[in-house]
Design a protein around this ligand. Structure first.
Ligand code: SF4
Ligand code: SF4
Length: 377
C-alpha cells in the first residue's frame, strides 16, 4: 500500500502569520496569477502560489524548508496583480522573518529582536549604556582640552575587547542557525548534488552583482541601493581589517590624513553606504505599495543601518570641524549603533544575507539537469 504523506497543519503558524500582518494569505483562491507574473520564479518550480497554500493551511515545516521563500526579492509584482489582494509578496516577507526567529540561537534572542516594536529601546539603549559604563569605569568619560584623536578617550583595546567577543558569539549563533537551515532545506525536495563551496562561489558572484534584481523589472531601482550597501559594507570591513594590520603589525599612527589610501577607501565605502541607504529610503517613501507592507522588523534594520552611516559620516566631519565635546559623544553613539547592528546580525533582517545565500546555494545544487534554465542565469 502506498504511503500517505503526513500533513501536520500548525495553528501556531497561522496565529503568528496573523500577528505579523500575513492575514491576507487567507484570501488566496489559488488562481496562480502570482506565479505567472513572477520574473524570478523558475519554470520548473514556480512560486509564490504554492507558498500561499502552505501559509493558508499552516504548513509550518514545509514553509520553513522551502528555498523559494528566499528566492523572492519582494518586488511585489505578484501583489499588484493578485485579484484577491492576498499580498503574496508581503506574506513571503512575513515568512522570512518567522524563519529567522524560529531558527535563531538562542531562540529567546530571536524572539526578542522579532518583537522589536516593543524591544527597540533596549536594543538601542543597552549598547550605549555599555560604552558609557566602560568609559566611566576606566576613567575615560571626560573630554580632554586638546584632543588629537578619539583614541585618547576611547582606546583601541576597549573597542577590541567589546567587538572581538561579540563577533565570536555572533558567528557562533549564526553558524548554529545556518546549520539548522541547511538541514531543513535538505529535508525535502530533490537531493543536492555537487559541492557546497563551488555553489557558494557561484552565489557570491551573483550577490556582488545582484544579478537577480536585474531580472525583476519593478525591483530594479532597489538593486542599486542594495548593491551600494553590499559594496559599502565590504569596503568598510576591508578598511577595518587593513587598519588593524597597519596598527598592530606596522605601528601606524592615527589619525590618518585624508589623502591616505585607507582613508580614501573608508570614505568611499561611507559614500556607498550613504547612497545605498538613501536609495532604499526614497524607494520606500516613493511608492510604499510597491515595496510592500513595512513591518517594524524591516524598519528597525534599515533605521539602524541609516543611523550607523549617518553618525559615521558626522563623526568624520566633526573630527575635522567641530569641538571634541560635540564630536566625542557622537563617536560613542556611533560605536553603540555599530554594536547593535553587529549583535543583532543573526536575528534581524541582516540575517537575510545568511539565509538567502544558503537558499541560493541549495537551489543551485538541486537544480535538475533536464529542467529549463533558471531565468536569472
Ligand atoms: S496569491 Fe493571489 S494571485 Fe496568487 S494564487 Fe492566490 S489569489 Fe491568485
Ligand atoms: S514579490 Fe516579486 S519576486 Fe517575490 S514572489 Fe512576488 S513577483 Fe516574485
Amino acid at each position: 500500500m502506498a504511503t500517505v504523506p503526513l500533513i501536520a497543519p500548525s495553528e501556531e503558524l497561522r496565529e503568528e502569520l496573523r500577528a505579523r500582518g500575513g492575514t491576507s494569505a487567507a484570501r488566496c483562491f489559488q488562481c496562480a496569477t502570482c506565479s505567472a507574473v513572477c520574473d524570478l520564479a523558475p519554470d520548473g518550480r514556480p512560486f509564490p502560489r504554492r507558498e500561499m497554500l502552505m501559509a493558508q493551511w499552516g504548513l509550518a515545516d514545509q514553509l520553513m524548508a522551502d528555498p523559494a521563500v528566499w528566492l523572492c526579492h519582494q518586488c511585489n509584482d505578484c501583489t499588484a496583480r493578485c485579484p484577491r489582494d492576498a499580498r503574496p509578496g508581503d506574506v513571503l516577507q512575513v515568512v522570512r522573518s518567522l524563519v529567522i526567529e524560529r531558527l535563531a540561537f538562542p531562540r529567546s534572542l530571536g524572539r526578542f529582536v522579532a518583537n522589536v516594536r516593543t524591544t527597540w529601546p533596549v536594543l538601542l539603549g543597552a549598547p550605549l549604556l555599555l560604552w558609557v559604563l566602560l568609559l566611566g569605569l576606566t576613567g575615560h568619560l571626560g573630554v580632554p582640552a586638546h584632543l588629537v584623536s578619539w583614541e585618547e578617550v576611547v582606546p583601541h583595546w576597549m573597542i577590541y575587547s567589546v567587538f572581538f567577543p561579540v563577533t565570536l558569539l555572533v558567528m557562533a549563533a549564526a553558524g548554529v542557525s545556518a546549520r539548522r537551515f541547511w538541514v531543513l532545506l535538505g529535508s525535502t525536495g530533490p537531493p543536492r548534488k555537487g559541492s557546497l563551496p563551488v555553489a557558494l562561489g557561484a552565489v557570491a558572484a551573483e550577490l556582488v552583482t545582484h544579478r537577480r534584481f536585474g531580472c525583476c523589472e519593478t525591483a530594479r531601482p532597489r538593486r542599486w541601493g542594495h548593491l551600494a550597501l553590499v559594496w559599502g559594507f565590504v569596503g568598510a570591513a576591508v578598511t577595518s581589517g587593513l587598519l588593524i594590520v597597519a596598527l598592530y603589525g606596522f605601528h601606524m599612527e592615527l589619525p590618518l590624513p585624508l589623502t591616505h589610501p585607507f582613508k580614501i577607501l573608508g570614505n568611499l565605502s561611507a559614500v556607498a553606504l550613504l547612497v545605498g541607504t538613501a536609495i532604499l529610503v526614497v524607494e520606500r517613501l516613493k511608492d510604499p505599495d510597491r515595496v510592500g507592507r513595512t513591518t517594524a522588523f524591516d524598519t528597525f534594520f534599515l533605521v539602524v543601518v541609516a543611523l550607523v552611516v549617518l553618525t559615521g559620516t558626522l563623526v568624520e566631519v566633526a573630527r575635522l570641524t567641530l569641538p571634541a565635546a560635540v564630536g566625542l559623544p557622537m563617536y560613542v553613539v556611533h560605536l553603540s549603533l555599530v554594536l547593535t547592528l553587529f549583535a543583532t546580525f543573526p536575528y534581524s533582517k541582516f540575517a537575510h544575507m545568511l539565509y538567502r545565500t544558503l537558499a541560493l546555494a541549495h537551489e543551485r545544487m538541486t537544480r535538475e539537469n533536464d529542467q529549463p534554465p533558471d531565468p536569472t542565469d
